[in-house]
Ligand binder design. Structure first.
Ligand SMILES: Nc1nc2c(ncn2[C@@H]2O[C@H](COP(=O)(O)OP(=O)(O)O)[C@@H](O)[C@H]2O)c(=O)[nH]1
Ligand SMILES: [Mg+2]
Length: 420
């Protein structure tokens, strides 16, 4: 019943991917409190905050998530976060860890591209000063594009010949080729929908240009990307951020440039967040992830040494006051939101929402998931075979093909026929 939702952190070496992972995966929720059976060494669990229905239903006291946590109606739902190391310029041609990096991407539903906005890392990941990161977003997109385009282009003449001979639907022909990248057919369909109306039919994609155009719209659908402009606590970040925002500040948020729109750019200080969390854990400050400040003078806090105090002041001035938060939690939120996933709460009873513990489960599902599809997803054979209906809060009956929408019908009680 676990959602296998995967966010992959990508970016050039030293951009701050591992720091970002550390910053978001040391959440206050208990370590190990996640539904995923295997966690790879380069994986962590991050938490996506949602408004839990326990608050509006008056059962917050009894709300006990099986995975993640819930405090006063703010529920943290676990999601997987992958640290994808080793992308260097030329990776698509096998440089660095090359295709190994790109293969990791097959597991990702959405990318967080961590960019070093401070200009202290050059294009190869070496320490430098005054580097202009303006082309970093374009570069990463180019690597992923070259990887997929290269694989298709080599076989393209044969693919078209077979396509024409078999009279297959374009989405089917392309899906066969793209399934290896962890692609569902619906993603191919959506990508094709993004092409202009007068775009030639697949059988007539003769020039490389048409295939390239398709790969572009395919990437937009397959790898929605949130950019984390990181190291905003450093002196030169400001001017680099302005330049990058300016380039991606498109007039319409539906047209993406290099797979990115300004709405999906978040400013982060991964290191700042790591430090704030550490100081909070050690009781020097009180700090809540996502908030715009911390407190120093609450009863019970330990006294600070001068060095830590100065470092905290710097984070406060350069990050929290200026940008409103360290941004890392926001990046996770945008990444899940980019896919429009919906939290769904299956319950045994609409009278008590489960007893003694209420709202035990929360599963993130793809947008468009129907009531019946979700029942299947729960991997409960008795429910699947003996499906007899579903209802939501207020005793409202739900149809099998009703699409699940947050706040409308996402608390679901299924009923089954008593005899299978
Ligand atoms: N000032 C500053 N340094 C950072 C930040 N995030 C990461 N770093 C530093 O950048 C360097 C590379 O970070 P790391 O997470 O290892 O990068 P990765 O190679 O992308 O995994 C380390 O020295 C980090 O301490 C940040 O937000 N601010
Ligand atoms: Mg790393």
């Amino acid at each position: 019943m676990a959602s296998s939702f995967v966010i992959a952190c990508v970016g050039k070496p030293s951009a701050g991917k591992s720091s970002f992972l550390n910053a978001v995966t040391e959440a206050s929720a208990k370590v190990g409190n996640f539904p995923f059976t295997t966690i790879e060494p380069n994986e962590g669990i991050a938490y996506y905050p949602v408004a839990c229905p326990c608050a509006t239903q008056g059962v917050s006291e009894r709300c006990q998530p099986r995975h993640g946590s819930c405090v006063g109606g703010k529920r943290l739902v676990p999601v997987r976060l992958l640290d994808v190391a080793g992308l260097v310029p030329g990776a698509s041609e096998g440089r660095g860890l090359g295709n190994q990096f790109l293969d990791d991407l097959r597991h990702a539903d959405v990318l967080i591209h961590v960019v070093d906005a401070s200009g202290t890392t050059d294009e190869g990941g070496k320490e430098t000063r005054g580097y202009d990161p303006i082309d970093d977003i374009r570069w990463l997109r180019g690597e992923v594009e070259a990887w997929i385009w290269g694989n298709l282009d080599r076989k393209w003449a044969g693919i078209v010949r077979r396509h024409v001979a078999t009279k297959a639907a374009p989405a089917d022909t392309l899906h066969v080729q793209l399934a290896g990248y962890g692609t569902a057919r619906e993603i191919v369909v959506r990508a094709l929908d993004r092409l202009p109306r007068d775009f030639p039919e697949l059988g007539r994609w003769e020039s490389k240009e048409e295939l390239r155009r398709f790969v572009g719209v395919f990437l937009d659908e397959r790898f929605p990307t949130v950019v984390a402009l990181n190291k905003i606590d450093m002196p030169d970040s400001d001017k680099n951020i302005s330049a990058i925002m300016k380039r991606y500040n498109q007039k319409s948020s539906t047209t993406l440039l290099d797979g990115v729109s300004v709405d999906n750019i978040v400013l982060t200080s991964a290191l700042g967040e790591c430090f704030l969390r550490k100081m909070h854990k050690q009781s020097f400050i009180h700090y809540e992830t996502g908030s715009d400040d911390f407190s120093l003078d609450l009863p019970g806090l330990k006294p600070l040494d001068e060095k830590s105090r100065r470092r905290l002041e710097t984070i406060r001035d350069l990050v929290l006051f200026r940008y409103g938060s360290t941004g890392v939690q926001e990046a996770i939120v945008r990444a899940v939101d980019a896919l429009g996933y919906v939290p769904v709460y299956p319950v045994k009873s609409l009278a008590n929402f489960g007893t003694p513990a209420a709202f035990r489960d929360c599963v993130l599902v793809k947008p468009g998931t129907t009531v019946r599809e979700f029942a299947r997803k729960l991997h409960n054979q008795a429910l699947d075979r003996g499906y007899a209906g579903a209802e939501t809060i207020g005793g409202i009956q739900l149809g099998e093909s009703d699409v699940i929408v947050a706040g409308k019908n996402n608390v679901i009680k299924y009923s089954t026929t008593s005899h299978e």
